[in-house]
Design a protein around this ligand. Structure first.
Ligand code: XLS
Ligand code: MG
Ligand code: MG
Length: 411
């Protein structure tokens, strides 16, 4: 093949993307409660070992592109759009007014706001720092985000505590730190009750997000389960207002099974928001787009969520790779992520209706009709039935690769 000069590369990427087929219309995409984060689209490819590979883009462009693609919901950290120094000032009001206009112009709504309590140097010792004035500032920040959320019409507020942990053992007293962290959530909930009442709006759903490591060496609330314990610890004044925003990869990062973590959140009635992405077990937070690494597990996750009536939001919390250009972010990265998600969602519907899986599951649940308490007899009675576990696994892979429709490969 001859080399592709720079001025022909976008056309090549666009042609090959279109040649892939299988994309959904913006109208179809809008039927799902899929949200696009400001920080995902605007991610410049920078990280601890990485210089940026993409120039910055602002919220106007991100919201416009999401609108065109059919990503009907937008999410943001306070400082993704408002410089730290401008928070709480007239400049904040001016920016929020511009955001409202962009959202309205593009038919996009703001579904979630979150407070950045991990990046700025002020949070070096966490939002629950020993320093009372830093804790006061953290409370003010989360309350300010509640105000922004109500102004933008959001339903959810997310809290990823980030630096709530330590680098050096023994420097942080864990019980104090957790109590102090709870105080900032309590402040946000109390502010929310007040503002919601004044505006005649429902209160926000406050969702905690866990990550097992990064950016601290040790994290005080490393998993969704730890957060469930925290919500029920008695430290929160409004535990009924606080739920979870699990992130798929964050559960894999500690070696957990995301589907099982989601099941635990569901049984607790706390699965309120879900960050969707992909990546590798026991590795760092690579935030790869949904379905590119673990499509089979993703299919199973969506079967679980569909069968429990979870209706979203599904927040596209991934990072377009550094090798993708800003053109590619909106031509390839976002549309293909959304379309893989929709395909897997629809495929989950196929799994739920599949006659083989249905009959196999029903047979397993009906048991063998044996009685008594002799374990050997009970095992023998059920022994042949349990082979259906592996058959279900096979059938799921068949559905994933399309082989259930009789597709075979010639040898
Ligand atoms: C970081 C988190 C973050 C949250 C919102 O790892 O995923 O992006 O989703 O602060
Ligand atoms: Mg996240
Ligand atoms: Mg992540």
């Amino acid at each position: 093949m001859t080399p592709t000069p720079p001025d022909k590369q976008q056309a090549l990427v666009a042609r090959l993307t279109d040649a892939c087929g299988g994309s959904y219309s913006p109208e179809t995409r809008r039927k799902f409660f899929i949200s696009g984060p400001q920080w995902a689209a605007a991610y410049e490819g920078h990280a601890i070992f990485h210089a940026p590979t993409r120039p910055p883009i602002g919220f106007e462009q991100v919201i416009e592109e999401y609108g065109k693609l059919g990503i009907g919901h937008w999410t943001t950290h306070d400082t993704d759009v408002i410089p730290s120094e401008a928070l709480g000032s007239a400049a904040q009001d001016e920016i929020v007014a511009r955001i409202k206009k962009s959202l309205a112009d593009n038919g996009v709504n703001c579904s979630m706001v979150t407070t950045e309590t991990f990046h700025h140097a002020v949070f070096a010792s966490s939002p629950a720092s020993e320093s009372p004035e830093i804790r006061k500032y953290a409370k003010w920040r989360v309350c300010n985000t509640v105000d922004i959320g109500h102004e933008l019409g959001a339903e959810f507020a997310v809290y990823w505590p980030g630096s709530l942990g330590y680098q050096v053992q023994g420097a942080v007293e864990e019980t104090d730190t957790l109590r102090w962290y709870a105080e900032s959530l309590n402040a946000a909930c109390e502010r929310d009750i007040e503002v919601a009442k004044k505006r005649g709006r429902p209160t926000l759903k406050h969702c905690m997000e866990a990550k097992p490591f990064e950016p601290q060496a040790e994290i005080l609330l490393p998993t969704s389960d730890a957060m469930l314990g925290f919500i029920n610890s008695g430290l929160l004044t409004h535990p009924e207002m606080v739920g979870l925003n699990p992130e798929y990869l964050h559960e894999l990062m500690w070696g957990g099974a995301p589907r099982a973590a989601l099941a635990r959140a569901l049984t607790a009635g706390k699965l309120w928001h879900f960050d969707i992405n992909d990546g590798y077990r026991l590795k760092h937070d690579v935030d790869i787009a949904v379905g590119l690494v673990n499509p089979l597990d993703w299919l199973n996750v969506l079967v679980l969520l569909r069968s429990h009536g979870y209706k979203g939001p599904f927040n596209l919390d991934y990072k377009p790779p550094r090798t993708t250009s800003n053109f590619g972010v909106f031509k390839v990265s976002f549309p293909t992520a959304v379309d893989r998600f929709i395909t897997l969602w629809e495929m989950a519907g196929v799994v739920m209706e599949d006659s083989i899986i249905r009959e196999a599951s029903a047979a397993l649940r009906a048991g063998a009709g044996a009685s008594g308490n002799d374990p050997k007899e009970l095992f023998e009675a059920n022994k042949e039935l349990m082979t259906l576990h592996e058959l279900i696994g096979h059938r799921l892979v068949q559905i994933l690769i399309g082989a259930h429709r009789g597709r075979t490969y010639s040898v």
